[in-house]
Design a protein around this ligand. Structure first.
Ligand code: COA
Length: 380
């Protein structure tokens, strides 16, 4: 019989809920399979990181070429998926539409989505992971263009994941700086141990449901403004002010009203999110290049005032919201772009969970009425 310990932590704060060899956060440092995120950010491409997450080791040049070619081969959407996407109402949230698109695309995977009562073959999961990783940019691009009354663009062979995403959304390839920065954000977003969406994917996978279902559960979870949705909220906030002074005053008032400032705070990083510091270096450079000095000043005013008042640091979503804006990406795509990256981490976790599975089924602390006798309906 299972015994229940009385340990309870609201929001599972500080709880070790499982084991992973995929990433770790130690002394404020994020490592993917043992490699420091700062080094990966400096030297690697997103594709190398995705390979590392999915296979456990960095690829050789040949393995990377094969990986890129496999992504190219899977990027196009089946025509019935595009036809169905045309029926999605144009006003729905892009994350909802992407969730629908991923569900639809799953129906056309020739490998199927059959469930296994014992561990599914890892090769099957990796093949499905490649397909979903390849198709997320195509889905985002198609949805953005359809709602603007435009024809979806075809994926182009030989582009990086970052450049592909950019051209499918905006219809032009990025310049060198834009591609470098977008690639960097994809690396920084790719994986983060037991965050809410990854945990949702693992809970789903732990029931021996299929990989696509786990990814859809993760997308639904990432949408929330306390998680992935924060990058869109962050730029919406920055865009409200035309001066640093106005931004500072708003933060003072908002904190006095006990409102959250989106893009700040973190469950794990209490002395700063290293990823935000890595990305922030590009805020000034992009701001100068785009002639956006006021927006950059507003960014710093919000950051400095939140620190002064609450000693809270920005998380990755705060600089990322501004960086995506400076890259001229539509705001509704920011959380979907997070998906285009994090799906690599989710799939790595689904593979790991499937390989050493025990269904995730915790207990709850009951807070309802004590046991009481049933009252028949005509005596209530
Ligand atoms: C990320 C987040 C959900 C973590 O939540 P958490 O670990 O439960 O943090 P807590 O709610 O315990 O925060 C501790 C204190 O800081 C405050 N705080 C945390 N984030 C804050 C924010 N963004 N703005 C203002 N105050 C904040 C809390 O209100 C709390 O204050 P109190 O002690 O006076 O009650 C939370 O910081 C948040 O909602 N941030 C904004 C959304 C966001 O940026 N999400 C992206 C995360 S990567």
């Amino acid at each position: 019989m299972t015994t229940t310990t009385e340990f309870y932590s609201p929001g599972l704060d500080g709880v070790i809920a499982g084991e992973t060899a995929i990433s770790s956060v130690e002394q404020g440092n994020l490592l993917y399979r043992g490699y420091d995120i700062a080094e990966l950010a400096e030297h690697a491409s997103f594709e190398e990181c995705a390979y590392l997450l999915l296979h456990g080791e960095l690829p050789s040049r040949t393995q990377l070429d094969t990986f890129r070619a496999a992504l190219d081969a899977e990027r196009a959407l089946p025509e019935p998926v595009l036809a169905a996407l045309r029926q999605v109402p144009s006003q729905v949230d892009l994350m909802d539409a992407l969730r629908t698109g991923l569900s639809l695309a799953a129906h056309y995977d020739p490998r199927g989505t059959a469930v296994h009562t014992s561990a599914p073959p890892p090769e099957l999961l990796r093949a499905q992971a490649m397909r979903v990783l390849a198709q997320v940019p195509t889905l985002i691009g198609a949805l953005v263009r359809l709602r603007a009354g435009q024809v979806p663009l075809a994926p182009r062979e030989g582009l990086s994941h970052a450049a592909q995403l950019y051209q499918l959304i905006l219809g032009r390839t990025p310049d060198l700086l834009a591609e470098r920065v977008l690639n960097l954000t994809l690396i920084l977003y790719a994986e983060h141990e037991f965050n809410a969406s990854t945990f949702a994917a693992r809970v789903c996978a732990s029931t021996r449901s299929d990989l696509y279902s786990a990814v859809v559960a993760a997308v639904a979870t990432l949408k929330g403004p306390l998680h992935g949705g924060a990058n869109e909220q962050a730029i919406e906030l920055i865009n409200r002010f035309d001066s640093a002074a106005a931004a500072r005053q708003w933060v003072l008032d908002a904190l006095a009203r006990k409102e959250l400032v989106m893009g700040f705070g973190h469950r794990v990083y209490k002395s700063g999110d290293h990823r935000a510091r890595i990305l922030e270096r590009y805020v000034e450079e992009l701001g100068r290049q785009r002639g956006e000095a006021t927006r950059v000043a507003v960014y710093h005013a919000i950051k400095n005032t939140v620190w002064e008042q609450k000693q809270l640091h920005p998380n990755l979503d705060f600089p990322c919201g501004l960086v995506y804006f400076l890259l001229e990406l539509p705001i509704a795509t920011y959380t979907p772009i997070f998906v285009a990256s994090r799906v690599s981490g989710w799939c790595a976790h689904v593979i790991e969970q499937a390989g050493a599975n025990r269904i995730i089924r915790p207990r709850s602390r009951y807070s309802g009425p004590p046991a009481r006798p049933f009252v028949p309906i005509d005596r209530r």
